[in-house]
Design a protein around this ligand. Structure first.
Ligand SMILES: Nc1ncnc2c1ncn2[C@@H]1O[C@H](COP(=O)(O)OP(=O)(O)OP(=O)(O)O)[C@@H](O)[C@H]1O
Ligand SMILES: [Mg+2]
Length: 354
């Protein structure tokens, strides 16, 4: 899967324009604050139709502009999205027609991005890793995406009832919670089982000597919808006191260990970065397996933070798949591994020069 052309208007500091994108991708070079991350963000925007930094759309729109627009051509589909500041409304079209739901627009363009902040996958809170699961599994399986939406809405309703001290109402949302929560727990557990060995391999291949492992931390029995009734009933008094639901996939975690110790607490920052990159590489493989397409890979300032040997190892790993389009950024060409050999694009003050 490749993006052949992208057009942006009113997007962060990027000058309005459109670019034909090389099939192999590009290395985007430029000093700090010129728009490198903004360009990757534009390329990634039509994956989930939101910012990969998690910025609100109002912050994506250029200062003082009335809104922004991104048009992305994959060669198969044309995805267009526009956001208007006044109406606070996002319009999405796929090949000229508006899909009934956002979920129907998702999946035509797949990319996995690794940004410096993504070290939080290993070093940050459980919420980061739940987001990792949900993004990856939703993009690989529409059933997961649907269940996630329904689970979140049942959870919000149950929590609202709990805050209103309405045990009867809270109980009414427990059946949908079980129905849509169980497949989330099951899919995440299955993913962990299937990728535990792969994680260890990726971490080793990136140059780390400690043995790495993954484990799902949560109530495993909740993979079965029948187990929820008892668990929710047992926690109801406590949930009523807290005004929040204390069991379910929204509380679970993915534990990463290196040499048997939690990477989050005991890993060095280089080890945490390595573990986080390994997770992203597994995400690439997972999406490729699920969709039969090679997602693009976006690496923002990643190489500058790795030592020379790890740079070459990562470059060899990601460059091995010929069908993969890679976009990466760096302040200087000297900070890139030579082996990737991507076309170089320069960016200055938001102006892109292929
Ligand atoms: N909504 C916006 N409208 C206009 N400019 C913005 C907006 N949001 C951010 N900027 C500016 O865009 C510029 C480019 O930001 P960007 O993060 O793309 O830089 P970068 O080239 O990745 O820099 P670095 O090497 O430091 O990561 C910054 O000066 C930033 O302040
Ligand atoms: Mg940047």
């Amino acid at each position: 899967m490749r993006l052949s052309r992208i057009e942006v208007r009113g997007f962060r500091n990027l000058a309005d324009g459109s670019w034909e994108l090389p099939a192999e991708g590009a290395a985007i070079l430029g000093p700090n604050g010129q728009g490198k991350t903004s360009l990757l963000e534009a390329i990634c925007y039509p994956v989930l139709f939101r910012s990969f930094r998690g910025s609100p759309d109002a912050a994506v729109a250029r200062f003082g502009s009335s809104g922004f627009q991104v048009v992305a051509d994959t060669g198969v589909d044309r995805l267009a999205v526009s956001w208007h500041r006044d109406e606070r409304r996002k319009l999405i079209t796929v090949n000229g027609t508006t899909p009934p739901r956002l979920a129907d627009a998702v999946g035509s363009w797949l990319a996995v991005a690794f940004r410096p902040d993504d070290v939080a996958l290993a070093a940050g809170s459980a919420a980061e890793r739940r987001l990792f699961f949900d993004r990856m599994l939703a993009l690989s399986d529409r059933g997961y995406l649907r269940a996630l939406g329904r689970y979140r809405s049942a959870l919000a309703q149950r929590n609202q009832a709990l805050r209103a001290r309405r045990a009867d109402m809270a109980e009414a949302f427990e059946a949908p919670l079980a129905e849509h929560g169980a497949p989330l727990v099951r899919a995440r557990q299955q993913w962990v089982e299937a990728h535990n060995a792969g994680f260890a391999e990726e971490v080793r291949a990136l140059g780390e000597s400690a043995d790495a492992a993954l484990a799902y931390a949560g109530r495993g029995e909740l993979a079965d919808p029948a187990a929820w009734k008892e668990s929710l009933a047992a926690h109801r008094p406590r949930d009523l006191a807290r005004g929040a639901t204390s069991v379910g996939p929204h509380r679970d975690d993915l534990v990463l260990t290196l040499g048997g110790k939690r990477a989050r607490e005991f890993g060095s920052s280089g080890q945490q970065r390595t573990a986080a990159i390994a997770l992203k590489l597994l995400e690439l493989d997972t999406l490729a397996e699920a969709t039969g397409e090679q997602p693009a890979l976006l690496l923002d300032d990643v190489f500058a933070e790795l030592d020379g040997e790890r740079q070459e190892r990562l470059a060899a790993r990601v460059g091995a798949v010929a069908a993969r389009q890679i976009f990466l950024t760096a302040p200087r060409a000297g900070e890139l591994p030579r082996t990737l050999g991507l076309p170089v694009w320069a960016i200055r003050d938001g102006v892109v020069a292929p």
